[in-house]
Design a protein around this ligand. Structure first.
Ligand SMILES: NC(=O)c1ccc[n+]([C@@H]2O[C@H](COP(=O)([O-])OP(=O)(O)OC[C@H]3O[C@@H](n4cnc5c(N)ncnc54)[C@H](OP(=O)(O)O)[C@@H]3O)[C@@H](O)[C@H]2O)c1
Length: 300
């Protein structure tokens, strides 16, 4: 009997937060789950936690640091060496990188943009043939409603190519929102390029999930706030709700064949007006293609 798994899902950042809750549910649905993560020791613990509740769950990890193009290429190559199909790719890892000063990826890009957008752009493109060969297949990219001007009273994204590396100013919230707009442009442009392939591309916003944020906070006050107080708010989502929203986009038959959508709380929602600008999406795609070395300037 072949040991090749019949249904395979890869999730980035599956060691913690919403990614971990999603990995657990994918395993429960019978997927062979790949945790693509930068901390392999934590992955061992994450796999043990999943298998403690589901002894037959098939979960393994592959090293991935999205802040390094070399690591992304190694991750894709390690996956391809296994000869598995790939039915679901969830680009979940990342978030807002805290700090007053910009930090940079191994390749010199601002860390939030480099991790949330460029790392996932490269990973997805390197795995595209695997997804196409396994069709029907789905790519889910985790964005955030915070890219939308006016959402929760916030300013939304202000994408500026002249300030991509913090040349003019740095503010972690702005760079986060910009990276999430980049996730939207990527999602929609990928869907246009995948037309007829049997692979779909959608974006998801998990909503505000204080539990996931609280796990990262070290001050006792912050932990109290994010673990006990904010979860009581009507606008907060639990890890269970957020991961169910991912699952719906990734595996629910009602979403089969549907792409180019922004999914919030399991329903299609509008993203920002700017996110629907096809010329801007194509422009970012073309630049990202070159920056990631997909034009052949970097050998695979
Ligand atoms: N929580 C919310 O309220 C909320 C709202 C909207 C959108 N989101 C989005 O939801 C996604 C998951 O976030 P979360 O709330 O579940 O937070 P989380 O628990 O902090 O998860 C983020 C994951 O990304 C991984 N990661 C970070 N940088 C990485 C890199 N360079 N290479 C590989 N992995 C990396 C982290 O790994 P390490 O453990 O190694 O750090 C971690 O596993 C993010 O895209 C976030 O922007 C969250």
């Amino acid at each position: 009997m072949s040991d090749t798994p019949s249904r395979v899902a890869m999730i980035t950042g599956g060691n913690s937060g919403i990614g971990f809750a999603t990995a657990r549910k994918l395993a429960a649905q019978g997927f062979h789950v790949i945790l693509a993560s930068r901390n392999q020791q934590t992955s061992v613990q994450a796999i043990a936690r999943i298998q403690a509740g589901q002894p037959t769950a098939r979960v393994e990890s592959i090293p991935l640091d999205l802040a390094s193009f070399a690591s992304v290429r190694q991750c894709a190559a390690a996956f391809q060496a296994k000869g598995y199909p790939l039915h679901v790719l969830i680009n979940n890892a990342g978030g807002a990188i805290k700090g007053r000063q910009a930090s940079f990826t191994a390749d010199g890009f601002e860390m939030t943009f480099g991790t949330n957008h460029l790392g996932h752009f490269l990973l997805t493109n390197l795995l595209l043939d695997n997804l196409k060969q396994s069709a029907p297949a789905r790519v889910i990219t985790v964005s955030s409603q915070r890219h939308i001007p006016g959402y929760a009273g916030g300013p939304g994204a202000k994408f500026d190519y002249d300030n991509l590396k913090g040349e003019k100013f740095y503010d972690s919230a702005t760079f986060y929102q910009n990276s999430k707009l980049a996730n939207m442009w990527f999602t929609y442009e990928l869907q246009r390029r995948l037309a007829g392939s049997g692979v779909t591309s959608n974006a998801v916003c998990p909503g505000f999930v204080p539990e996931a944020i609280g796990d990262r906070r070290t001050s006792p006050l912050d932990r109290l706030l994010y673990r006990k107080i904010l979860p009581q708010m009507p606008f907060a989502r639990t890890l269970d709700q957020a991961s169910s929203a991912y699952l719906l986009a990734a595996t629910d038959p009602r979403w089969e064949g549907l792409g180019g959508k922004f999914i919030v709380d399991g329903k299609e929602r509008c993203s920002s007006d700017e996110s629907y600008d096809e010329a801007k999406a194509r422009h970012l795609w073309d630049l990202s293609w070159t920056w990631c070395g997909l034009d052949g300037s970097v050998s695979a």
